[in-house]
Ligand binder design. Structure first.
Ligand code: ACO
Length: 318
């Protein structure tokens, strides 16, 4: 078995919904500014006491159920997150305990909004080399806890949630390829500058030079999307669905234009979810699988861009 295939998907959003109108009462913003500049209408937020692992657990259970597998069948658990419940143990270990999948390796992976794409890259490689047969990949975030709720330039953008997929070894692809990149030169454009690690927990809030991130994201995502297809000798018209990271509708539209893809073939959840960082792609993917838009045999492209900078893509024969 030389390939990995997606066997099941799952997602979970916390029940609390915050609308743009509620944000108008907190910071100097308007519903129309947020909709026009980002496409976001509302977002889900964790309630007090609710954690990243709580979201990950439900998404993971749904993905396992869809795959027809039990936790005991898992050979590896990967959780992509920027907002782990604790410094340690990792959220992957906490999740493993909740699922009752004792013994298999479990670790977190941190690449901010590109975290899910990074985790898919790792999972695919574990399966291809024969080190695992079944891998649970979760993107789970409570980014609302890293927001400065008095900063209108960032607090309107993000939401919380979790998405998951189960990958299994297969004779046919499956995942056609994964491509991941990073460039730490741009570390200051999108960051949480402080934390216990550098003795500045007072600076543990997200900062972003939105305009510069926007320009870099549009150029980079367009390029990696085109390049991923080229590497496989695929034409743009071979693509059935684009499943982009959901940061901003204008970035998504720009990538779709680059691929000559009508928006009807792009999975968009940014209006309802906001930017859920590493959870955004698996959440969008799960939604489109469950509502029947994405069908077996179709060609899918996932792409993401995040703090670091980090970025990447996953090309899938679903
Ligand atoms: N409400 C009203 N006005 C606002 C708000 C707001 N919420 N936020 C900013 N403004 C104002 C600014 O202060 C500015 O006013 P000024 O001209 O008087 O100075 C004006 O709106 C324009 O601000 P810009 O930052 O230039 O607005 P822009 O069109 O670039 O949109 C946005 C900002 C939405 C943040 C956009 O730049 C963006 O989406 N950037 C990329 C985000 C992204 O992809 N991040 C990567 C993933 S995230 C991760 O990895 C954690």
């Amino acid at each position: 078995m030389k390939f990995s295939r997606i066997l099941g998907t799952g997602g979970y959003l916390p029940s609390r919904v915050m609308t743009n109108a509620e944000l108008e009462a907190i910071v100097d913003t308007t519903d129309s500014w947020i909709r026009e500049r980002t496409g976001i209408e509302k977002r889900h937020l964790v309630s007090e006491g609710e954690t990243c692992c709580d979201l990950a657990e439900i998404a993971a259970q749904r993905a396992l159920e869809a795959a027809g597998l039990q936790p005991i069948d898992l050979d590896l658990i990967l959780v992509a997150t920027t907002t782990p419940d604790q410094f340690f143990p990792s959220t992957a270990c906490l999740l493993q305990q909740r699922l009752g999948a004792h013994g298999c390796p479990a670790f977190d992976l941190q690449a901010v909004c590109a975290g899910f794409v990074y985790a898919m890259d790792v999972a695919d490689k574990y399966i291809r080399i024969g080190a695992a047969r079944h891998v649970l990949v979760v993107g789970a975030e409570t980014l609302s806890r890293l927001l400065d709720w008095s900063d209108r330039t960032t607090c309107v953008l993000f939401g919380d949630g979790a998405g998951a997929v189960v990958l299994g070894a297969a004779d046919e692809p499956g995942i056609l390829s994964t491509h991941i990149h990073a460039d730490g030169t741009y570390k200051d454009l999108l960051q949480v500058p402080g934390g216990h690690g550098n003795g500045r927990p007072d600076l543990a809030y997200l900062e972003m030079k939105g305009n510069e991130v926007f320009r870099f994201a549009v150029t980079t995502l367009g390029r990696i999307a085109e390049r991923t297809l080229e590497v496989h000798g695929l034409a743009k018209s071979d693509l059935d669905w684009l499943i982009p990271h959901q940061a901003n509708i204008r970035i998504i539209q720009a990538t779709a234009r680059k691929l000559d893809l009508p928006m009807e073939r792009v999975i968009v959840t940014v209006a309802e979810h906001g930017n859920t960082s590493s959870a955004s792609i698996p959440l969008a993917f799960d939604q489109a699988v469950r509502d029947g838009r994405i069908q077996r045999g179709q060609t899918l492209l996932m792409e993401a861009f995040g703090g670091g900078f980090t970025w990447g893509s996953v090309l899938v024969q679903y």
